[in-house]
Design a protein. Structure first.
Ligand code: HEM
Length: 468
């Protein structure tokens, strides 16, 4: 078998875990230079075949179901957190139907209703930054605000109103189960996993009680996803989505969106803090679109805020929250255009940050420059020629051959992208109305690669309140 070259290592089983873990991007780039786009490293006994560049991305994202499986890679991590009967606990065709349900629930009509809710939550949240100027933790703020806005919009008022009480603890315990060790090992008897399992049952019951209560009271006028899932969703087989499945889908959405969107918001504000002139440009854009900084934000206005959009895109380019996209290989799998074969039971992974930072695709790739996106779509049209509809609808920029894939591609592509953009752009739009920012001690934070989602190691900023 001609498998891709293996990165040398000293300690059996551990393999390259330590060097890779210290600075993954440096690690992948180093071996890309040495071996090209395909190489294997050993991670705690697993063969991780790293597939880089746009061809490598395409190989991972468009692998056939019979060749490579996301559920086999992710289920030890996700099934105990999300629950049975959803996402990676079901056949891929069922997941496709479930994604379609959620995507339909995130209709433009619903997103339209969410913008004023997010605007209000953000204003209320930041009213607590009430000094003229002070130091604050922008990542902590983003995490608190994202869970508030996501629960208000997606999970419902009942969940939002419980956020400061019992729900926060349940979320905290459930989240404690969402960590790399549970990707690597099946259900270890850790205290955190025990808390995770208890929290899962509590959260599911909490959601199911609300569903029951709404049914008894005849409540049908909500714009949240709970409403959509419990009234409108039926599988092709004719079976309706059960309340338990709806509750599990809601947990999955909460977990899929929370750290991804909150770290993106935090990094975006940190990048802005490092470039204070962008604050005036963002405010000017709002004045151009809305007339003044006092007009309420609307879905139509948010869509037109191109610079706000480009700030988010550029943040996602340099700091894609999900670093590795992983599949388990189900049978020996040749890599097209090479002489390599990936052996069965290895893992293939795409590392988005590597193509996102490649000079071949992005000039001055290490520099944060939101304006680069003005021409990008135009120049990259030809790369978007192979869109496939996997059943949950095609979204823009979905081609697996694009060098920019923060939301993935192919059948497992994110369906939360429109919501994430609306949520993060609205938060930024409100934020720049209220504050100017500078980095604390003039230092841009490094990445913490130890958690599931790449976070800033420190996130202190110096804010100055604006007179409105
Ligand atoms: C899938 C990124 C927000 C729900 C994905 C994938 C990526 C991603 C890279 C592909 C995973 C893979 O192929 O293995 C992001 C980023 C977000 C974000 C960067 C925010 C900035 C959200 C939100 C939701 C969500 C807000 C829910 C409302 C999902 C779902 C999938 C997914 C259901 C499909 C999983 C699958 O089919 O296997 N996301 N996501 N995401 N995401 Fe997101």
């Amino acid at each position: 078998q001609n498998e891709p070259p293996i990165v040398p290592y000293w300690i059996p089983f551990i393999g390259s875990a330590i060097t890779m873990g210290l600075d993954p991007i440096k690690f992948y780039r180093k071996y890309q230079q040495e071996y090209g786009n395909y190489f294997t490293f050993i991670l705690l006994g697993r063969r991780m075949v790293t597939c880089l560049g746009t061809e490598g991305n395409n190989f991972v994202f468009n692998a056939k179901l019979a060749d490579a499986s996301a559920e086999a890679a992710y289920k030890s991590l996700t099934v105990p957190v999300f629950g049975k009967g959803v996402v990676y606990d079901v056949h891929n065709s069922v997941l496709m139907e479930q994604k379609k349900f959620v995507k339909s629930g995130l209709s433009n009509e619903n997103l339209r209703a969410y913008v004023p809710m997010i605007e209000m939550e953000t204003k209320n949240y930041f009213s607590r930054w009430d000094k003229k100027s002070d130091i604050q933790d922008v990542h902590k703020a983003a995490a608190e605000l994202i869970i508030m806005t996501a629960s208000k919009c997606l999970l419902g008022d009942e969940v939002r109103s419980k956020l400061d009480e019992s729900f926060a603890q349940i979320f905290h315990d459930l989240d404690g189960g969402f960590k790399p060790v549970n990707f690597l090992f099946d259900d270890l008897p850790l205290p955190s996993n025990k808390l995770r399992d208890q929290a899962h049952v509590k959260m599911r019951n909490f959601f199911m009680d609300i569903m029951k209560d709404r049914r008894e009271k005849g409540i049908t006028d909500r714009t949240d996803i709970m409403q959509y899932l419990t009234t409108n969703c039926q599988y092709k087989s004719g079976k309706k989505l059960s309340d338990e499945e709806s509750a599990h889908i809601m947990i999955a959405m909460l977990m899929a969106g929370q750290h991804t969107s909150s770290t993106t918001t935090a990094w975006a504000l940190l990048y802005l803090a490092a470039r204070p002139t962008l604050f005036n440009e963002l405010r000017q854009e709002q004045i151009d679109i809305l007339g003044s900084l006092h007009e309420p934000l609307t879905f139509d206005a948010i869509k037109k805020l191109t610079l706000h959009d480009n700030v988010v895109r550029e943040t996602l380019r340099l700091r894609p929250p999900i670093l590795n996209i992983i599949r388990k290989v189900l049978r020996d799998l040749p890599i097209p255009g090479t002489q390599y074969v990936v052996p069965k039971d290895s893992y293939i992974q795409s590392v988005l940050a590597v193509s996102h930072r490649s000079e071949g695709y992005f000039e001055s790739a290490e520099t944060f420059n939101p304006n680069r996106w003005i021409d990008f779509d135009q120049n990259n049209k030809e790369r978007d020629d192979d869109l496939v509809d996997y059943g949950f609808g095609v979204l823009h920029r979905a081609s697996a051959k694009s060098p920019f894939l923060p939301f993935g591609a192919g059948r497992h592509r994110c369906i939360g992208e429109p919501f994430a953009y609306v949520q993060i752009k609205t938060i930024i739009a409100v934020f720049v109305r209220m504050f100017d920012l500078a980095l604390h001690e003039n230092t841009f934070p490094e990445c913490d690669f130890t958690s599931m989602i790449v976070q800033p190691k420190s996130s202190l900023v110096q804010y100055t309140k604006r007179d409105n």
